[in-house]
Design a protein around this ligand. Structure first.
Ligand SMILES: C[S@@+](CC[C@H](N)C(=O)[O-])C[C@H]1O[C@@H](n2cnc3c(N)ncnc32)[C@H](O)[C@@H]1O
Length: 385
């Protein structure tokens, strides 16, 4: 567990720079004496070299990745017998407990691209590795006892015939926090919310701000801001089914060592929402947290609030029947104007679908971050007051 291994941390496409901000910040908090070795970064993720144990722990510590893969091997192959052969020699007995894992394959400019054949070669290779190095009974028993658990998938990626084989350490996507969440209309994924919050705040000074979400829905932004430094011990992760981990004795101690802390970036987390039913859900989701949710209309003039305010908002996109005609660029401009009048925020972060061609004056713009939200091309604009 103390040996070095490569982990590839996957982020929503185009947002790995923001993910890296969280990784660096939290690494220093949890591993203050250890250097973080970043091998490379691309649009979709960050490759790091850390101990196996540290890599596993990032599932508990980080909130913005999609998932975290452990790299198992990298080799060139242009035919299936070679792929089979390579797989059959990998030390799978440390990672698999006798299951036939699902395979996720992707190939660019490579001879081996047929996903069905790739899957077959990998599965046959794994069977062969089990034959050569039989899985111990205790793992087979663990497998039998934990059949409902998320067992890890194997990731195959080929680029110019260079093949990388990885195993998932996360399981169900990392944005699943383990708490029960009641979702309102079009909630934003928790991992995206935490990335956008990072974009909004990372370069601000350290004074505590009031975070306001004027169209708060189920409360995702406020919960993610509130829990930004919470350790996730409320769910299982795929790595917990690796023989490596099953055999690791100080498991509980290891996980208990990581301590959650309050997010001191915000002195208050305030949400407003127009729909009474959605407010009820948001109130349930935020129970026990320093988050206040009230009924409010973003366009009303009544709830103004002075202070060091930051506004973050994910307005409706008009995808539901009957709404589309009212939602155009003027609707988003009205929201911005209204929150500026009510809260005089230091910054406003707002998500607007790309199709509306919102084009703020350069003097107003801090950042423009394109990404996909539920398959739709949108842009997160950060605006000055
Ligand atoms: C896309 S959802 C927000 C999703 C939220 N970020 C979440 O993760 O749950 C937009 C929300 O704005 C609310 N809304 C629509 N018009 C509003 C208005 N005029 N004032 C306040 N809230 C409004 C809707 O009821 C909906 O819950």
């Amino acid at each position: 567990m103390e040996t070095l291994a490569q982990f590839y941390i996957i982020y929503p496409l185009g947002l790995s720079d923001l993910g890296l901000l969280e990784l660096k910040e939290k690494w220093v908090i949890h591993y203050p004496d250890k250097k973080l070795e970043i091998i490379s970064k691309n649009e979709g993720g960050v490759l790091i070299n850390v101990t196996t144990l540290q890599g596993f722990s990032l599932n508990h510590i980080l909130r913005s990745p999609t998932r975290i893969l452990l790299r198992v091997a990298e080799f060139k192959a242009r035919d299936f017998p070679k792929l089979f052969n390579k797989i059959s020699k990998l030390p799978m007995k440390h990672l698999l407990i006798g299951q036939k894992p699902e395979i996720e394959a992707s190939a660019t400019n490579s001879k081996l691209f047929d996903s069905r054949k790739i899957e077959k070669a990998i599965k046959d290779g794994i069977e062969e590795s089990y034959r050569k190095q039989p899985v111990k009974k205790k793992y087979l028993d663990h497998f039998e006892a934990n059949k409902t658990n998320d067992l890890p998938k194997i990731y195959y990626r080929a680029v110019d015939d260079m093949i990388t084989i990885s195993i998932d350490t996360t399981g169900e996507l990392l944005h699943k926090r383990g708490d029960k969440i009641f979702t309102g209309l079009a909630p934003i994924r928790e991992s995206l919310a935490s990335l956008l919050l990072a974009a909004l705040t990372y370069d601000l000074d350290k004074k505590p701000y009031i975070l306001i979400d004027p169209m708060t829905g189920s409360g995702t932004f406020l919960i993610e801001a509130h829990d930004a430094y919470k350790i996730n011990n409320d769910r299982n992760f795929a790595y917990q089914n690796f023989p490596l981990w099953i055999d690791y004795l100080p498991k509980k101690q290891f996980i208990d060592n990581f301590k959650s802390s309050e997010n001191d970036k915000f002195s208050k987390h305030l949400g407003f929402e127009i729909n009474e039913d959605v407010i009820k859900l948001a109130v349930k989701n935020t129970e026990g947290k320093n988050i206040q949710i009230k009924k409010g209309d973003v366009f009303s003039k009544s709830e103004s609030l002075a202070g060091d305010n930051l506004v973050i908002v994910n307005p409706p996109y008009g995808l539901r029947v009957g709404e589309k005609s009212n939602i155009n660029v003027e609707y988003y401009k009205k929201i911005i104007q209204s929150v500026r009048e009510k809260y005089s925020p230091v910054r406003v972060g707002i998500i607007i679908p790309e199709e509306h061609y919102f084009n703020p004056a350069p003097k107003d713009l801090v950042a423009r971050i394109p990404f996909k939200n539920g398959g739709l091309s949108v842009i997160f604009y950060i605006l000055k007051n």
